[in-house]
Design a protein around this ligand. Structure first.
Ligand SMILES: NC(=O)c1ccc[n+]([C@@H]2O[C@H](COP(=O)([O-])OP(=O)(O)OC[C@H]3O[C@@H](n4cnc5c(N)ncnc54)[C@H](O)[C@@H]3O)[C@@H](O)[C@H]2O)c1
Length: 344
């Protein structure tokens, strides 16, 4: 424990999409942040932009792999972190079905390596990025925290393994943790510093925006679901609202409150067709699209209830309206046609 700076944290995966928005929120809330990322999908430029946007805080990047235990221990010690927010993971459902070993290695062995490094460095607060995919095919909608967790793909399974390990470690060692199960993260930093830059892009809203901007058709998977318009229904939550939940979750742990798990979504079911309409409305352009067969393991409807996060964390999403989500994402893509490779 460092008495000089009680507000230093380490963020694995902090150069990635949700991680970087959270690093910015943490910096604005007064934390010094050490980002630990192997830059597989993350961007050095994202970390540099946060450092420029919040010059009062120390924002550093350690380029390293979470499987490298000694390097994680060293980063924890050198940064004097008192908590870890763990975003680093692989997250494509389809890829996890095709290459499950990779997912178990990064998400399970990598997650356990971070936890073991924390034990060695004497860090006992942990905030974990979990996912709606741990629930599998919903038995009831909306999904609350007591819904059975029966994942239907290796990605969801690997996240559930860590959730379970956290419960056991809490009981055995007092590791206090917050699990956040995000539904569909979307949107971009409303101040325009950060946004979504994945290669290939797998998420619906940026893909629909790119289709509108480039004319390259969006591929939609399935229009024969048992939903009002036949398309999958998802729950989109703004990435800046997710970031705010992480700050609140960390503060809950700092206040000495017990471990907890929270679903994070807006509770609004939005179909793929609704997203296409919103992107057409906001961009003023058509979204060319084709319809392909359903993908295995895609539940028809994933909608959260986040009342626990609202009541226990005081979480109040500010950007959850679908047109706001799309507008912030569009502003990012228009200002950064080469993603983080574009000039600021
Ligand atoms: N994007 C979503 O809608 C969504 C939904 C639910 C859960 N999640 C979870 O949120 C977290 C962040 O997702 P994201 O969308 O920001 O993804 P992302 O790919 O943008 O970020 C992940 C980051 O982790 C880093 N990373 C990957 N493997 C690593 C390793 N072995 N060592 C060090 N760093 C490594 C990548 O370089 C990247 O910067 C993930 O844990 C994901 O499972 C995301």
């Amino acid at each position: 424990m460092n008495p000089v700076d009680p507000k230093a944290v380490l963020v694995t995966g902090g150069a990635g999409y949700i991680g970087s928005h959270t690093v910015k929120a943490l910096a604005l809330a007064g934390y010094d942040v050490c980002v630990f990322d192997n830059l597989l999908a993350g961007h050095r430029e994202a970390v540099e932009r946060i450092a420029r946007a919040v010059p009062a805080r120390s924002i550093t990047l350690v380029e390293g792999d979470i499987l490298d235990r000694a390097r994680v221990v060293q980063a924890l010690r050198e940064s004097r972190a008192q908590a870890v927010l763990h975003f680093a993971a692989l997250l494509s459902v389809g890829e996890s079905v095709a290459e499950p070993a990779k997912y178990y290695e990064t998400n399970v062995i990598g997650g356990l390596t971070v936890l073991s490094a924390m034990a060695e460095a004497g860090v006992s607060r942990f905030v974990f990025s979990s996912t709606a995919a741990t629930f599998g095919e919903p038995l009831v909608t909306p999904i609350d925290e007591s819904h059975p967790q029966l994942p239907v793909n290796p990605y969801g399974e690997t996240k559930l393994v860590i959730e379970r390990a956290l419960r056991s470690l809490d009981a055995a060692t007092g590791l206090r943790h917050i699990v956040f199960r995000y539904f569909n993260a979307a949107g971009a930093d409303p101040e325009g510093h950060l946004g979504e830059d994945h290669t290939p892009e797998i998420h619906l809203i940026p893909r629909a925006i790119l289709a509108a901007l480039t004319g390259e058709p969006l591929q939609i998977f399935g229009d024969d679901y048992a939903t009002p318009d036949g398309m999958c229904i998802r729950d989109f939550v703004h990435v800046t609202d997710l970031a705010a939940a992480h700050v609140a979750g960390l503060q809950r742990l700092e206040a000495g409150r017990p471990s907890a798990s929270y679903n994070l979504g807006m509770g609004a079911g939005v179909s793929v067709r609704d997203v296409v309409s919103a992107v057409e409305r906001v961009t003023g352009r058509p979204v060319p699209h084709t319809v392909a067969a359903r993908r295995a393991g895609d539940p028809s409807r994933l909608v959260a209830t986040s009342s626990c996060a609202r009541t226990e964390l005081g979480w109040t999403p500010r950007y959850g309206d679908l047109d706001t989500i799309v507008s912030t994402a569009l502003a990012w893509h228009q200002a950064h046609p080469q993603g983080y490779g574009s000039p600021e």
